[in-house]
Design a protein. Structure first.
Length: 367
């Protein structure tokens, strides 16, 4: 139908399609489409076996209104929480590596269009394990206790994956001052070991063997500090150390004195690989200059890009040695350093009124 206009007594008359359009404009019936970011219809998912060496495939799920997608893989704890990006893992396929042992993974998808973006992650995988089911160590064993004759050392198993149930056995070893040339100590096969005169001047390590119906494997702890003679003091009072220096038990540090994180060394330094554990040696003194034994030490990278060891006690020479494992987002690049927060404290002290001392330290990285 044609559109015509007529002038009648000084007015324009509008007919046909033109009148209809004008009516729509006047009433506000012509409305622009509302802006809407993509809407999830079916959540992302993961297929594949949670076994080191196997490939996982991420499915983006189903979305309404998406024009493009990005995705990434994240490594999480066994509950699927505390997730961190896996460097370079931004495709729909991911091959599991040894750093994934004992962890779970999620597949995270971001859908976008001109009006915005929406992010959703998959449910976590099962805990990553080995294909054979044989126990595999994902965090090294540790030792707590003072390196003083008459003191009892206690082994912690570390972390393991594999078919359950897993049982553990122990072998304590006596080593040189650097933790090398280790030899088994007689019948020292319990989870604890009481230091004897023969240990003086040596360090001690414990080998933990994990066993299940599939097989067994072993891992060894870092070494203790050099074992010292109690000199008949039963662990109390001030002890003269070989080569000079005095050692005091943390319980005997008097009011008005504080603990000092005196020395921290890293090996290797610089760190060049995420596939190698980092040994951190920490020495604690008090403000009088005495080495402090039996002080607890907390160590954590900041931001958290390595494993965090369980707090353990310093040896007679004020030393504690930890082994930490770099995470996938540990930065390996020239001219860069990773910071660690170190705190020495006396168990039972209030956090603000105690004798604790802390320090920020760093280890360089390089390609």
């Amino acid at each position: 139908m044609s559109t015509r206009t007529h002038a009648t007594r000084g007015h324009w008359l509008i007919t046909g399609a033109a009148a209809a359009i004008l009516a729509l404009l006047v009433t506000g019936s012509v409305v622009a489409a509302s802006a809407t970011a993509p809407v999830l219809a079916l959540e992302p998912s993961i297929t594949g076996s949670p076994i080191v060496g196997k490939e996982l495939t991420g499915n983006r799920g189903s979305w309404t209104g998406a024009s493009s997608y990005t995705q990434k893989w994240v490594r999480c704890d066994t509950a699927g929480a505390g997730c961190k990006d896996i460097a370079g893992a931004t495709g729909t396929q991911y091959t599991l590596v040894s750093a994934d042992l004992g962890k779970t993974l999620r597949f995270v998808v971001t859908a976008s269009n001109a009006d915005g973006k929406t992010t959703k992650d998959s449910n976590p995988t099962a805990e990553i394990t080995t294909g054979t089911g044989v126990p595999a160590n994902s965090a090294a064993p540790t030792i707590s206790g003072s390196a003083l004759v008459g003191s009892t050392l206690t082994a912690a198993n570390g972390s393991w994956v594999g078919d359950q149930p897993i049982t553990f056995s122990y072998q304590w070893t006596r080593c040189d001052k650097s933790g090398n040339a280790c030899k088994n100590i007689g019948k020292a096969t319990a989870a604890t070991y009481k230091l004897v005169q023969a240990d003086i001047g040596t360090t001690v390590r414990v080998k933990v063997t994990a066993k299940n119906t599939r097989g067994k494997s072993s891992a060894i702890s870092p070494e203790t500090g050099v074992v010292q003679d109690a000199a008949g003091g039963g662990g109390g009072g001030i002890i003269n150390l070989p080569g000079g220096g005095k050692s005091v038990d943390v319980v005997d540090v008097p009011k008005g004195e504080r603990l000092i994180v005196d020395k921290v060394t890293f090996s290797p330094s610089p760190v060049r690989s995420r596939g190698q554990s980092i040994t951190v040696s920490i020495t604690v003194k008090d403000t009088r200059g005495y080495f402090v034994r039996n002080a607890y030490v907390f160590l954590r990278s900041t931001p958290i890009v390595t494993s965090t060891p369980t707090d353990a006690q310093t040896a007679t020479d004020g030393k504690i040695v930890y082994s930490v494992v770099p995470e996938s987002d540990f930065p390996i690049k020239n001219g860069y350093s990773v910071q660690f927060y170190v705190k020495a404290y006396r168990k039972g002290d209030p956090s603000l009124a105690g004798i604790s001392g802390s320090r920020l330290v760093q280890v360089p990285t390089a390609t």
